[in-house]
Design a protein. Structure first.
Length: 105
């Protein structure tokens, strides 16, 4: 399937266990949201306390990001602009991360 012309939106589901939520917000989130917007993305939900209906919650932040299509989502995630922020999140600000990219229906 050629996703280049796919009209389907794409979603990142994010679960992180942060070392310090204030630091994550100040040093990562503000810049990350700005950069994803430049690629057509938006943060449509985010919370430190999701309602866990099944399974275990071991995080301190959950979010859902939406992009117009999967190619735009991948372009942002792999962009030179986002790489320093991703490295900061992974190496300094969090203990663990679960990031999933899902194509919409």
């Amino acid at each position: 399937m050629n996703t280049t012309t796919s009209p389907k939106p794409a979603y990142f589901t994010v679960q992180v266990k942060t070392k310090n939520l204030d630091e994550l917000s100040k040093r990562y989130a503000q810049s990350a949201i700005g950069s994803l917007m430049e690629f057509g993305g938006e943060m449509i939900a985010g919370t430190p306390a999701p309602n866990v209906l099944e399974g275990q919650w071991d995080g301190s932040w959950a979010a859902i990001l939406r992009f117009p299509n999967i190619d735009m989502a991948k372009s942002w995630y792999n962009s030179a602009q986002y790489q320093p922020l991703k490295e900061l999140r992974i190496n300094e600000l969090t203990d663990s991360n679960q990031i999933l990219l899902i194509e919409g229906m």
